[in-house]
Design a protein around this ligand. Structure first.
Ligand code: AMP
Ligand code: GLY
Length: 424
């Protein structure tokens, strides 16, 4: 089989690495890919939003299966475009990807179908939003309705911050038209857990749990980022909680989407808060998480191509998802200054160690080959270093050991990824 993966970050590297192990795959392409992905797949210089070129490429190369990984092309209808061209493709159609693309949509869906989530109000007018926060309880959470690179969420401790926040999103348009409409929601407390699942329109099969660390600095200080590290499984996601979520969140969400005429096929990523009153949905994503994928896939026993096909063919009920009884930790190596200003172009060394040591993986997010043939930094998040271990503590020690193998200019990482496991 010939397979094309659309995307070019750490998540896509993990997907490509896993797909390359499939017995079914003869040839793997990735568009646009990156310097690390090039080891697992042939990279093709086509952007993720260039549907016409992607489709022309898939036809020319007779691609048997395309996997669309990032949120933007999914929300913009990449899957619909591939299907219209008669091509086999994995991912939700545009009318289903809205579960991530519009927070107002997903909140209304949860309310209508009694899926536990934070109480909320939606506003199209800055004036109405301002008058609402004037009397609402603090802290409060403001969310831009549309996609904002995971950064359109403001947690406001005081009324002043909340009013400032409404201005930032709706008047200054810091996230563009994503902030034309906002969701204002109750602040929840508890442990956050990411649960990724395969969905075939009817059946949902959850992968193992994970936890992300979104803030830039140790102790969850600093700005929100795309994710600075992850661990899997989450020790807080117990069997009882899983049973509750299966019954009250996962299956009801899939059923709700079908009832709305928006059958969802692909990955649903449930961002959950384990509150004192039980698990509640913080957000849905219509795709694999980054960097959750970098800890979940190294633990998955199944052939990932089987799962993509089962979702498309609606035979997921016949598949048993299996994970290793171990743990994994991913530490993101970023450029100092991320997520704001940072320099690029520093030579990366130490990567050969990963080839010599099984159980250690380096997934590239922002790297490239320069004209001298050196691997250099090319982004805010540069690499995700993942290691497995028999338990979370061992995996964490291994991941930090491997993080020290790698050197590049302005290398920055958090030192407390997985610290929460010490509290268990
Ligand atoms: P989201 O993109 O909706 O996942 O929000 C980004 C982050 O903001 C989440 O991972 C949480 O850490 C935080 N967050 C979102 N909604 C809430 C909420 N209602 N209460 C507390 N924290 C929240
Ligand atoms: N790690 C969070 C996300 O992928 O949205």
């Amino acid at each position: 089989m010939k397979v094309l993966i659309v995307g070019g970050g750490g998540r896509e590297h993990a997907i490509a690495w896993k797909a390359a192990q499939s017995k079914k795959v003869d040839k793997l392409y990735c568009a646009p890919g990156n310097a690390g992905i090039a080891e697992a797949a042939e990279c093709v210089d086509i952007g993720v939003m260039d549907f016409d070129k992607l489709i022309a490429f898939a036809k020319e190369k007779e691609i048997d299966l395309t996997v669309v990984a990032p949120d933007d092309p999914l929300a913009a209808g990449a899957v619909d475009a591939f299907e219209a061209a008669g091509l086999r493709v994995f991912g939700p159609r545009k009318n289903a990807a809205i579960i991530e693309g519009s927070k107002a949509f997903s909140k209304d869906l949860m309310k209508k179908y009694n899926i536990p989530t934070a109480a909320y109000e939606t506003f199209d007018s800055p004036k109405a939003a301002l008058s609402y926060v004037e009397t609402a309880d603090m802290p409060i959470v403001l969310k831009a309705d549309g996609l904002a690179l995971g950064k359109g969420v403001l947690i406001c401790q005081t009324r002043e911050e909340a009013k400032e926040g409404v201005k930032t999103l709706m008047l200054d348009k810091q996230f563009g038209s994503a902030g034309d409409r906002i969701v204002v929601e109750e602040f929840l407390t508890g442990r956050e857990v990411s649960v990724l699942s395969f969905v075939d329109g009817r059946t949902v099969k959850v992968m193992t749990s994970a936890q992300d660390h979104k803030r830039a600095g140790d102790g969850d200080k600093g700005l929100n980022t795309g994710g600075m590290g992850t661990f899997s499984p989450s020790p807080f996601y117990t069997k009882e909680i899983d049973e509750f979520c299966q019954k009250n969140i996962f299956q009801p969400t899939v059923d709700a989407m079908r009832a709305e005429g928006r059958e969802f096929k692909g990955i649903i990523f449930f961002g959950l808060m384990l509150t004192p009153k039980g698990p509640k949905v913080l957000e849905y994503n219509a795709r694999f998480g980054d960097p959750e994928t970098q800890v979940v896939l190294p633990r998955m026993k199944n052939d990932i191509i089987d799962l993509f096909e089962a979702c498309i063919d609606q035979t997921l009920d016949q598949v048993e998802l299996e994970f290793e009884d171990n743990a994994a930790v991913c530490v993101v190596l970023a450029s100092e200054g991320y997520p704001e200003h940072y320099e690029k172009g520093y030579v990366i060394s130490g990567l050969e160690k990963f080839k010599e040591n099984p159980g250690y993986y380096v997934f590239h997010a922002g790297s490239k080959w320069n004209e001298k043939g050196q691997m250099v930094t090319n982004g805010g998040r540069v690499l995700g270093v993942t290691a497995v271990g028999k338990d979370l503590k061992e995996a964490r020690a291994n991941a930090y050991k491997a993080a020290d193998w790698v050197e590049f200019g302005n290398k920055y990482m958090r030192h407390d990824i997985g610290k929460a496991i010490d509290e268990v």
